[in-house]
Write a protein that binds this ligand. Structure first.
Ligand code: 5GP
Length: 233
């Protein structure tokens, strides 16, 4: 079947599939700083597709609806056709990244309960923080939908945190994106080391922060490979 490209982002391409599904192809591109820094990391698309598929299946087993349907090939997912909402939703268990720059919070502070944040997907504006009022005015989502998403984020955080803890690692934070399927809100996009921060008890970094911090590409790839092995074994 000839496939039509619907859209292309920094790390993934969306292709037409059938009426209710699209294909999500994970590229080998790795980017940081709103796309300012970028490289090709051969094999990274396969690793992120496999990692994401693994976590989507895990969430589905706990009754959390995601867009995941199956794999078309090792780097291409068959996913439900959603109307994506251009918002990134983040849960934080331990402070690092943008929150320690924005607020008087120190690196490593523990959030109990975890903090949920919404950001507009807008590279030119460096993904600004959103509150309920902003999201209603911008017609992104209603307050009720935002509160529903917060509940899902906390449930997903419980599932992912305990799974990762059982593997001897720590989930610092992660980002999800949601889309609409009729009037349902469903998790879309990906769940990979590009969108979550994983450390061990010695603060060893496994995730894209290695790339953000300037480690060489071989180290980044080895870490993505090691993490996939850890979660799947
Ligand atoms: P921060 O707001 O500290 O930069 O990021 C919080 C969490 O969300 C991190 O796990 C980070 O990887 C993820 N995240 C934030 N923005 C983006 C983004 O634009 N793309 C991806 N893939 N992940 C993001």
């Amino acid at each position: 079947m000839e496939v039509n490209k619907i859209s292309e982002g920094k790390t993934k391409i969306v292709y037409d599939f059938d009426k209710d599904h699209v294909l999500l192809r994970f590229k080998d591109d790795i980017t940081a700083g709103d796309g300012q820094k970028k490289d090709i990391l051969e094999g990274k698309g396969v690793l992120n597709a496999q990692t994401s598929a693994f976590f989507f299946r895990l969430l589905e087993r706990y009754g959390i609806e995601t867009h995941y349907v199956g794999m078309k090939d090792e780097r291409t997912m068959i996913v439900k056709r959603l109307k994506m909402i251009p918002v990134e939703v983040v849960v934080r268990n331990i402070a690092t990244g943008s929150i320690v720059k924005r607020l008087p919070i120190k690196e490593g502070e523990v959030f109990e309960p975890p903090i949920v944040e919404f950001f507009l997907k807008d590279d030119l504006r460096h993904d600004p923080l959103l509150n309920y009022y902003h999201m209603e005015h911008l017609k992104l989502m209603s307050r009720k939908e935002a509160q529903y998403i917060e509940d899902i984020m906390i449930k997903v955080n419980d599932i992912l945190s305990s799974f990762i803890k059982n593997k001897g690692l720590i989930l610092y934070d992660f980002k999800l994106e949601f889309g609409r399927l009729d009037d349902k809100l469903v998790i879309g996009d990906e769940i990979s080391l590009d969108s979550m921060r994983i450390r061990n008890a010695n603060s060893r970094i496994f995730d894209k922060d290695l790339y953000r911090k300037g480690y060489d590409l071989k180290t980044v790839k080895a870490s993505y490979e090691e993490f996939l092995k850890i979660i799947t074994s």
